[in-house]
Design a protein around this ligand. Structure first.
Ligand code: NDP
Ligand code: MG
Length: 400
């Protein structure tokens, strides 16, 4: 590894990926020095601990109304520890500015949840820094805009499936790939029928069998929307059409994904479920971090099983495939409708099955605008705003 540590900006530091990333950076300080953190602002104590442990120069609180509480907590702790507090900024534009503040040789880790990650992703790419991308929504929503802004190899996925595929593709030429096989745990409701899912509660949806993650991605794992987003993420990350990306349910979450080659061979990446593996892979690539995660222990008997997705009960993947084929920002509408649907589900305004029904209804609305390539990011944001409003109207109509 290089002798001068690179600088690193971490967006979403207090989240599930953010906290695990800081754990990896604490254990492997040679990877990079933390120069900036961005957070939503709902956890001032945790931000304070992170600032004292990593001493970033910049701190951004995305929600301006929470900045004061964070500033107070961080300021008091820094004064008590006799260290200078980081420069603090607030608001969405400050997050974008932080994302674009580094350059070639540095790293931006985007671990924000939702399509609010899109503008920071574009800013990081424009700066020339490596983008370790956990925020799959920015790739799903921004699609070709994001891939066109990236130089080859600039985006390193921090998503266990895509990290696995990238590893399986090492040394493989694009023309040697037949298709990708993305694995899915199946979520907490694997094996259930639609009738059995009618009365599912948010608490039940949050009980993921193999991964501990943030609220939105955990709900998305239960509806299989997460897998749908990952199929589209793979299309853009690996430049393949959606019909060359299969999904298979693998409840143990040990084989993180596979690549099938034209000669009939399938290459798999396997390790116990632990996101620190994907985070460390993306941050240190092409180096390997010795002792990063526990390896598989084949002295213990184990079975790995694979089964097809029940697309009747979980239609999210099929809906996303059609939206991706359509293009024109349809996936931006899909994602925005899902984000609104998840909020409504947690607020008690929408049933579990209502989440994918809402996505389908928003996409089916003939008034849905299209984002033309020439409109750039504004076109996508327009589609998104329309889809959020359409989702609200449909939720209100269902309740009324
Ligand atoms: P969390 O909800 O746990 O964390 C989100 C983080 O973003 C929090 O630090 C939050 O701050 C912060 N935040 C919220 N809004 C903004 C904003 N506008 N600008 C900057 N920061 C903001 O999410 P996860 O860590 O689970 O997921 C993050 C991303 O990684 C998602 O895209 C997810 O799909 C992806 N991912 C996650 C995996 C996992 O294991 N968790 C696995 C693979 C991918 P605050 O704490 O103040 O709310
Ligand atoms: Mg994943």
């Amino acid at each position: 590894m290089s002798t001068t540590p690179r600088r690193l900006v971490l967006l979403g530091a207090t989240g599930s990926i953010g906290t695990q990333s800081l754990e990896v950076l604490t254990r492997y300080p040679d990877i990079a020095r933390v120069s900036g953190l961005a957070v939503g602002g709902s956890r001032p104590e945790l931000v304070t601990e992170q600032v004292l442990a990593h001493r970033p120069e910049h701190l951004v609180v995305a929600a301006p109304e929470r900045a004061e509480a964070v500033e107070r907590a961080v300021g008091a702790a820094c004064a008590a520890a006799h260290v200078a507090p980081p420069a603090l900024d607030a608001g969405a534009e400050a997050v974008v500015a932080l994302a674009g503040s580094l350059g070639d040789g540095d790293v931006v880790l985007n671990a924000v949840t939702g399509s609010v990650g899109l503008l920071p992703t574009l800013a990081a790419l424009a700066s020339g820094a490596r983008l370790a991308l956990a925020n799959k929504e920015s790739l799903v929503v921004g699609g070709s805009l994001v891939t066109e802004a990236a130089r080859p190899g600039q985006i390193l996925p921090v998503d266990s499936e895509h990290t696995a595929i990238a590893q399986a593709l090492a040394g493989v030429r694009p023309d040697q790939v037949d298709h990708l096989v993305v694995t899915a745990s199946g979520g907490p409701f694997r094996g259930r029928t639609r009738d059995q899912l009618a009365a599912v509660t948010p608490e039940q949806a949050l009980a993921h069998p193999t991964w501990a993650m943030g609220r939105v991605i955990t709900t998305n794992s239960a509806t299989l929307v997460n897998k749908a987003l990952e199929v589209i993420e793979a299309c853009f990350q690996f430049d393949l059409p959606e019909d060359r990306i299969e999904v298979v349910v693998h409840p143990q979450s040990i084989v993180h994904s596979m690549v099938t080659l034209v000669d009939g061979s399938t290459i798999a990446q396997a390790s116990p479920p632990d996101m620190r593996h994907a985070i460390g892979w993306a941050l240190a690539h092409p180096e390997k971090l010795s002792g990063l995660a526990r390896p598989l222990d084949f002295r213990q008997a184990q079975s790995w099983t694979f089964e097809p997705v029940d697309e009747q009960t979980f239609p999210a993947i099929g809906i996303a495939r059609a939206a991706h084929r359509e293009g024109g920002g349809a996936m931006a509408a899909y994602n925005a409708a899902n984000e609104e649907a998840v909020d409504a589900f947690f607020a008690g305004h929408l049933s579990f099955l209502g989440i994918t029904e809402l996505i389908r209804a928003v996409l089916a609305d003939p008034r849905r605008p299209r984002a033309e390539r020439a409109d750039g990011v504004d076109g996508l944001l327009h589609v998104e705003a329309w889809a959020r409003e359409a989702a609200h109207a449909l939720i209100a109509a269902r309740e009324g």
